[in-house]
Design a protein around this ligand. Structure first.
Ligand code: AMP
Ligand code: TRP
Length: 351
């Protein structure tokens, strides 16, 4: 862009690094577990550096939260991460606001991203709805902060659910525009990782709608804090059709409710849909649902028990988050400094 900026980074190779985040917006569902937490934990076994962030700054974009609640939900989410198998020694686990470089890089990205790009974001359109005038500027800028989260660590892979794909694509656009405008090859073009049978766990009441903590019906979702009775009851009452299970996976194509339950079974049991179908072909839901309920209870009970145990000691959770933030900051600071240098900002303070 200017002659002051050299292009020392062309051809940079990026070390594989995973980054993902979840908002502490209260309540974790089976969708969060299968679509995010379980996969985050598995990434730790792939010999790749993993960074997981509780995005408390994103959590206040839709509406301000009661501060006591925000702190509580942040700790609860941290407990959810750890109970789902994220080991704070093997992964970096922290809350976003403790690493101020996220906000600083987000500002630069606010100046890279175009209004038109942001206006096309479906999450913005859904959340702001007809009341865009009354929505916060933070909600509009949300995807630029998310891009900063990811690129501050030069993350190469971002495991997310289907619904976040567009935001990761925007992150790629921001990286590419930054690199192009400044004539550098500084930010990686990050890949969204959307894999597994449970990238979209659907509502138990409507197989065409995503299972979500914001659904008004508690029957529509399994919460990670539900006890065994609640889990079984919700699965027993889950919407299905009158047909038995088909002989092939293709037979589920036009049966969203049935397909959802089979997908959930497969994801919980670490099986493919074909393997589940092979076991249950021709069986009625009267047989399949109790099997699914038992499996869900078996897999989820240790998680809710561990979450409750961890929540007894909030100081320990805060300590873990603080340690994670220190480790995150050590990676983020040099990348932020280099970014500001590329942009032409003087950093001459000592210390
Ligand atoms: P959210 O709770 O919507 O902030 O999402 C946190 C993470 O969980 C993101 O990676 C989402 O893509 C994922 N997620 C949320 N709900 C579902 C769902 N029903 N199925 C699969 N993944 C989900
Ligand atoms: N927007 C994501 C969600 O609602 C949360 C998030 C924020 C995130 N920053 C991120 C996910 C960075 C992946 C990477 O689910």
């Amino acid at each position: 862009m200017t002659d002051a900026v050299q292009t020392p980074h062309v051809g940079t190779k990026f070390t594989p690094r995973v980054f993902s985040g979840i908002q502490p917006s209260g309540g974790l569902t089976l969708g969060n577990y299968l679509g995010a937490l379980k996969r985050f934990a598995q990434k730790q076994d792939e010999g790749i550096e993993t960074i997981y962030c509780i995005v408390d700054m994103h959590a206040i974009t839709a509406a301000l939260l009661d501060p006591v609640k925000l702190r509580q939900q942040t700790r609860e989410l941290a407990a959810g991460f750890i109970a789902s198998g994220i080991d704070p020694k093997r992964s970096i686990l922290f809350n976003q606001s403790q690493v101020s470089a996220h906000a600083e890089l987000a500002w630069i990205f606010n100046c890279i991203a175009r209004m038109g790009w942001m206006n096309r974001m479906t999450q913005w359109k859904d959340k702001a709805g007809k009341h865009a005038e009354a929505a916060s500027l933070g909600l509009f800028a949300y995807p630029a902060l998310m891009a900063a989260d990811i690129l501050l660590y030069h993350a190469t892979q971002v495991p997310v659910g289907e619904d976040q794909k567009q935001h990761v694509e925007l992150t790629r656009d921001i990286a590419a525009k930054f690199n192009h405008d400044y004539g550098v090859d500084f930010f990686p073009i990050t890949e969204p990782v959307i894999e597994g049978v449970a990238t979209r766990v659907m509502s138990l009441r409507d197989g065409t709608k995503k299972m979500s903590k914001s659904d008004p019906s508690d029957q529509s979702r399994i919460n990670l804090t539900d006890d065994a009775d609640a889990i079984s009851a919700k699965i027993r009452k889950a919407k299905t059709d009158p047909e038995p299970l088909p002989d092939t996976a293709e037979g589920l194509a036009d049966r969203p409710d049935a397909r959802n339950l089979v997908n959930i079974y497969a994801a919980l049991a670490d099986l493919t849909v074909e393997q589940v179908i092979a076991d249950f072909a021709g069986k009625q839901f009267g047989v399949f649902k109790p099997a699914l309920a038992d499996l869900a209870v078996e897999k989820l009970r240790p998680i809710s028990t561990e979450m409750q145990r961890l929540m007894q000691d909030p100081a320990e959770i805060d300590r873990i988050l603080g340690e994670g933030a220190d480790r995150a900051d050590a990676i983020a600071q040099p990348i932020l400094r280099k970014t500001l240098d590329i942009v032409g900002m003087i950093r001459s303070r000592r210390g």
